[in-house]
Design a protein. Structure first.
Length: 241
């Protein structure tokens, strides 16, 4: 009798050796190298973004493989993808450097966003459908609650959702990929900097202005609101650092 193939999902497990505990990623027995690479990418990226892998830290592929329980080839491919995104740097004969976003890097990132996002906002104002606007309105409502509760982790998540929904409204897959990559890189700023409640309130006001422009279908106003938001972000980062 033929055995049914396993379709088990990917689940993190814990393995203990002595006093050390590490995560082991369980993958389906029929998993391909590509699916393993995706698992490795997601796990390594999460550790970089949450600072489990510290900025400025040198790691080698073997230690990363041991930490996440995935073999060398998928980890190697995942690291090259993360290097393209600017989150790590592969240094020959030294290992993998978890990149530190210096002030110059952060400002360069914002400058790049200023070249791209105002045009994206204008496009979103022209193309946003009612379901995009409804979703944005819900996100803004949830963000106001997060500010009231001083829940910065939730606000960070909602900030990403807000911008991602606007990207979806552009109906331009190439532009969406570019902006999402910039936002993924920029999301480290939330972890690396100490933001006050006042900063969250300022961000919320700026998001509300962007939404108003999108809702009215005013491309010029949406572009201007995006530019003002990024200019404000740049100014506040310079104060923090």
């Amino acid at each position: 009798m033929a055995r049914a193939k396993s379709t088990g999902s990917v689940r993190p497990k814990k393995r203990t050796s002595g006093n050390a505990t590490r995560a082991v990623i369980a993958v389906p027995s029929s998993g391909t190298v590509r699916s393993l690479t995706e698992c490795a990418y997601a796990e390594i990226r999460n550790r970089v973004m949450t600072l489990a892998f510290r900025p400025g830290e040198f790691l080698n592929e073997s230690s990363i493989c041991a930490a996440i329980g995935i073999g060398r080839t998928p980890v190697h491919e995942a690291l090259h993808r993360l290097q393209i995104e600017g989150l790590v740097q592969i240094v020959p004969r030294k290992g993998v450097l978890i990149r530190t976003d210096s002030l110059n890097d952060v400002i360069a990132l914002i400058e790049t966003r200023m070249l791209v996002e105002p045009s994206g906002m204008a496009l979103a104002a022209q193309r946003a459908k009612s379901h995009h606007l409804t979703t944005l309105q819900t996100i803004l409502k949830q963000a106001r609650r997060a500010i009231r509760d001083d829940d910065r982790a939730s606000y960070m998540t909602l900030d990403l959702k807000f911008h991602d929904e606007i990207v979806s409204a552009t109906d331009n897959a190439v532009l969406a990929d570019v902006i999402r990559m910039l936002h993924q890189r920029a999301s480290r700023i939330w972890n690396l900097q100490v933001w006050t409640s006042a900063d969250l309130r300022v961000t919320q006001i700026e998001h509300e202005e962007i939404f108003a422009a999108l809702k009215s279908g005013d491309a010029d106003a949406a572009s201007a609101a995006a530019r003002a938001h990024l200019t404000s972000l740049r100014r506040r980062i310079l104060k923090v650092v």
